[in-house]
Write a protein that binds this ligand. Structure first.
Ligand code: ADP
Ligand code: MG
Length: 355
């Protein structure tokens, strides 16, 4: 069988649903292009099998998001929230536009954003990954290990997407959900994602992107690349373009900012991140220069970030510096980052009990 036959058969034998099959619960999110609800199947027997679900009603971009989720499920299922089904719901009596519905398994209550808002961060993540553990002394070394474990999970998920040819383009704490079942973070919200290998959603939609976490380059592909096919078409794009423009490094920059926020309590609010972005731009995206300007007069919860990243000979700071760089091609890839010496030390696991 080839890929397409398998995909077709899988699609044929998977249960299919209509909107009436679901009962909507509380609203989880609302953006310009869709609304997200907690949901469950109205049929109790089927519902107990599938458990809690998430339902997104999406407008025109729903088609791309369904396509991306189908592709992720076949190519790198562990990277993203478990996708159940997606369909087009035709509105009756012709009023309004067509509406897409997307269904996932409900992975858990907390995004990385929610967890980072708590004063307990990163210990609240440690509890989630390890289950209830004894009250051990808190300290920089322990926090570093938790952050390291989260970074490894996030890079692993991102490497899966990138190896599939997908650039997410909206990596931010709100789009990283903690999966209670897998005890790991997963990526959600593929609405702005782009699959460069087959040209789906190739045209950058900058207006969809979140300015707080976007890399300095406006377009993830140079504007000199051959004119993009209109969405969605399935003409294979040369992997050479991928090599040339390193579009995946757009996500790496965003993840670098998340790494920064995890290490620096002082940079976790929106306003402080926006201020950081301004300061970094002022020093031409030279992270070392930024450090020189702020460190001498840093308040304790800014200094703490430097202290964490300076552990083990500054190996964390080194990794961060290789992610937050102006030029995309000078940023480390997700795969190379996973091999970075920062991850040589053991992360969360049994050893944390002994320290
Ligand atoms: P948008 O950002 O376009 O509103 P998202 O796909 O990011 O849509 O979903 C909105 C919110 O819903 C997320 O930030 C998260 O809190 C929650 N959510 C989305 N998918 C899941 C899931 N599979 N499991 C649990 N919560 C989810
Ligand atoms: Mg989102």
């Amino acid at each position: 069988f080839d890929m397409f036959v398998l995909a077709f058969l899988e699609r044929l034998f998977r249960p299919s649903f209509r909107k009436d099959d679901f009962v909507l619960g509380k609203k989880l999110g609302e953006g310009a292009f869709g609304v997200v609800y907690k949901a469950s199947l109205s049929n109790p027997k089927a519902s107990s099998k599938l458990g809690d679900l998430v339902l997104k009603k999406a407008t025109e971009y729903g088609a791309v998001e369904i396509w991306m989720n189908e592709r992720v499920r076949r190519a790198c299922a562990n990277s993203c929230a478990d996708f159940v089904y997606g369909f087009l719901e035709r509105k009756s009596k012709g009023k309004g536009a067509e509406e897409y519905c997307l269904i996932w398994r409900f992975e858990g209550e907390d995004t990385l954003y929610d967890l980072m808002q708590s004063k307990e961060f990163p210990y609240n993540v440690e509890t989630k990954i390890l289950g209830d553990i004894q009250d051990l002394p808190k300290g920089l070394g322990r926090e570093n290990r938790i952050i390291q474990t989260v970074m490894r999970q996030l890079l692993f998920a991102l490497d899966g997407l990138h190896s599939t040819g997908i650039v997410h383009r909206d990596i931010k704490p709100q789009n990283l959900i903690f999966s209670e079942a897998a005890r790991t973070f997963k990526i959600i919200d593929l609405g702005a994602a782009t699959d460069l290998r087959v040209g789906i959603n190739y045209i950058p939609k900058e207006f969809l992107l979140d300015p707080r976490y976007t890399a300095p380059e406006q377009y993830i592909m140079s504007t000199q690349t051959p004119s993009a096919p209109s969405v969605p078409v399935a003409t294979a794009l040369s992997p050479v373009l991928w090599q040339l423009n390193r579009p995946d490094r757009f996500d790496i920059y965003s993840l670098g900012l998340i790494f920064l926020q995890m290490a620096f309590p002082a940079l976790r609010t929106d306003s402080s991140l926006i201020q950081f972005n301004r300061q970094l731009k002022r020093v031409n995206y030279d992270l070392q220069a930024w450090r020189r300007t702020v460190e001498p007069r840093a308040a304790p919860d800014l200094r703490k970030g430097f202290e964490i990243l300076d552990l083990d000979g500054g190996i964390g700071w080194e990794l961060l510096s290789s992610m937050i760089r102006y030029k995309a091609r000078r940023r480390v890839s997700a795969k190379a980052a996973l091999a970075h010496p920062y991850f040589n030390r053991e992360g969360l696991g049994l050893s944390v009990m002994q320290n």
